[in-house]
Write a protein that binds this ligand. Structure first.
Ligand code: AMP
Length: 582
């Protein structure tokens, strides 16, 4: 497929802010893509070249892209940097440069999506001597055959910042429209019914179809596969496997035990809500692999867990869901998440860190066992299997603490025990429920202490003045609504002056600098990647922020490197919290 066809879609989508409009444009494009052999082109729609479960990255810096632009257009690096400073978007600079060059050569573009996938995938694989030169050649080969507009989007794709606004939700709905039933078809199918009945049926069916696609996606994390299966009307065949990570099941919040029982039924399972981080652990003939809830493969960082799994869990192949918590190696006291978060990203001195910051794995679910998916099995059966295959070993790996009860009193007692042991609270779980990857379905609810907090993503920041000049000191955070990010406040407390004391201004600035999109005076716009936990005193309505709400007295309490912008609080959750307290 010609890249120009895709670029046309980018352009049309970027020019509308209406979700429905975007979905329709995409659906039209997908109808064309159905006829193509290579469905991987669907990744390019969201500026990617690999499926979402795949963690390979292009790893191309602005500097390298400038060199490739220099090679393909002949403009000096100095001139390119100058234009970049003025336009704030290397994509637009590439467009300008190619336009000026094309006026001289007048060749027409023959760039194809397949060629782009091929070259960009190579970028992720090249290592060893001559890497930089080979990367520059691969990129400039593409730029040389681009039209100006193609160069714009290609450059942004290379830099991992497409800025078109095609989120997971829109793509899912477009797949429904292009492969399953369109609204017109449904209208026809239900045309015999009375209007109100007809609308009800259409809306129910549309929702069901969207859920079908979403479910398949949460299992596979691969839009090409989901698209293909949707075209064949075989979405239900999408299965989980130990080969690739899937999205974990998420939980809603309950304010007390009465509400918890109402939501998950009686009797219910109560478990400690451990203050650590989620680990999905896969084992098969190829070995043990560990994934975070953002689907990052962290197996190399946790050789201790790999060892515990081999030693304490029986089975040829399985997928376990668990929470890893840190403890002090001397006193054996459990420690909050923040103290072990560095283990997730650390690439060196791993053995040393294993000793200094040991962790205990608390297994609370099993999704796959010896070749069979257990997603549809009731929770109590899954738990019974866990009991059979896990040999409990405190401070290494064990089953999550659990009681089954119908009594609020017992549940409360259990809650107090959890808090006393340094954990966050408890989870209440429906004993009959299946496991649903990726959704906050309410098969389980969390009950925490008093604190008010949300996980949010940083979208903007501001440089400080005086002794904090040069550091970013004030941060705008956002929640999500569908595919949109909506601001809910500005946070400037919770960071420390000195690094030794915890999360510092300097540390935060360092993390954010590589994510800066644009700068204007002291204000910078940040790529929405860094998730933080923000505590607050209460929520107010506010016209100042796009969400319509503002958190009062917000304060950073932790960085969440294990979570992605997909995991942040939704506008609905904030609304619900506001309503509960007003
Ligand atoms: P929250 O981070 O407040 O949304 O709470 C949900 C998280 O609690 C999950 O994603 C897990 O990482 C963690 N968690 C701790 N203990 C459990 C447990 N027993 N069952 C399920 N999730 C747990």
């Amino acid at each position: 497929m010609k890249y120009s066809e895709l670029v046309k879609v980018y352009k049309e989508i970027a020019s509308t802010s209406k979700t429905l409009e975007k979905t329709k444009i995409l659906a039209e494009f997908l109808k064309k893509l159905k006829k193509e052999k290579n469905k991987d082109i669907i990744y390019l729609l969201r500026g990617k070249v690999f499926p979402d479960y795949d963690e390979r990255e292009l790893g191309i810096s602005t500097q390298l892209t400038i060199k490739a632009l220099n090679k393909s257009t002949g403009h000096s690096a100095k001139e390119i940097v100058k234009r970049f400073k003025k336009l704030g978007d290397l994509g637009k600079v590439a467009e300008e440069l190619v336009k000026e060059k094309k006026q001289k050569t007048l060749s027409s573009s023959k760039l194809t999506c397949e060629k782009i996938l091929q070259n960009l995938r190579k970028l992720a694989e090249i290592t060893g001597a001559g890497t930089v030169e080979r990367r520059i050649s691969l990129i400039s080969e593409l730029l040389t055959s681009s039209s100006p507009l193609e160069a714009r989007y290609l450059t942004r794709t290379i830099l991992g910042n497409l800025r078109v606004g095609i989120g997971e939700g829109i793509l899912r709905d477009a797949i429904v429209l292009s492969c399953l039933e369109t609204k017109e078809n449904l209208e026809k199918r239900f045309s015999g019914l009375q209007k109100s009945e007809r609308l009800k049926k259409i809306s129910a069916e549309t929702k069901e179809n969207a859920e079908l696609v979403q479910e398949a996606y949460d299992k596979a994390n691969d839009f090409a596969l989901v698209f293909e299966q949707a075209c064949k009307k075989k979405l239900k065949d999408v299965a989980i496997s130990t080969e690739k990570p899937l999205k974990v099941m998420l939980f809603q919040k309950a304010k007390d035990f009465e509400e918890a029982f109402k939501r998950v039924g009686k009797p219910a399972a109560f478990e400690f809500k451990y203050d650590g981080f989620r680990m999905l652990i896969h084992k098969d003939s190829k070995g043990v692999r560990i994934f975070t809830r953002r689907l990052d493969n962290v197996s190399n960082q946790f050789p201790d867990v790999v060892f515990y799994i081999k030693k304490h869990v029986k089975g040829r192949s399985f997928i376990l869901d668990s929470e890893a918590i840190g403890y002090d190696p001397k006193t054996k006291k459990y420690k909050p998440f923040q103290s072990i978060s560095q283990r997730i990203k650390r690439k060196y001195d791993i053995e040393k860190l294993v000793k200094e910051l040991p962790i205990e794995v608390n297994v609370f679910d099993i999704l796959y066992y010896n070749g069979k998916s257990l997603l549809k099995e009731p929770f109590k059966k899954r738990r019974a299997l866990l009991r059979k295959i896990i040999k409990n070993k405190k401070y290494h790996l064990k089953l999550a603490e659990q009681i089954t009860t119908s009594s609020e009193k017992d549940a409360e007692k259990f809650f107090r025990q959890a808090v006393k042991e340094g954990q966050e609270g408890v989870m209440a779980k429906n004993l009959e429920a299946p496991y649903k990857p990726g959704s906050r379905v309410g098969y389980g609810v969390k009950i925490k202490g008093e604190e008010n907090e949300f996980d949010l993503v940083i979208v903007k920041a501001e440089y400080g003045t005086g002794k904090r000049a040069g550091w970013l000191t004030s941060f705008t955070v956002a929640c999500k609504s569908g595919d949109k990010l909506l601001e809910v406040g500005k946070v400037s407390t919770g960071l420390k002056e000195k690094e030794e004391m915890g999360l510092s201004y300097r540390g935060m600035s360092k993390k954010l600098k590589s994510l800066i999109k644009t700068e204007k005076g002291r204000e910078v716009e940040i790529k929405p990647k860094l998730v933080v936990t923000v505590t607050y005193q209460n929520i107010q309505k506010s016209p100042k922020y796009a969400s319509g709400f503002a958190l009062r007295f917000p304060r950073f309490t932790r960085l969440r490197p294990d979570r992605s912008p997909d995991d942040i609080a939704t506008l609905n959750e904030i609304k619900k919290e506001y309503e509960a307290t007003h």
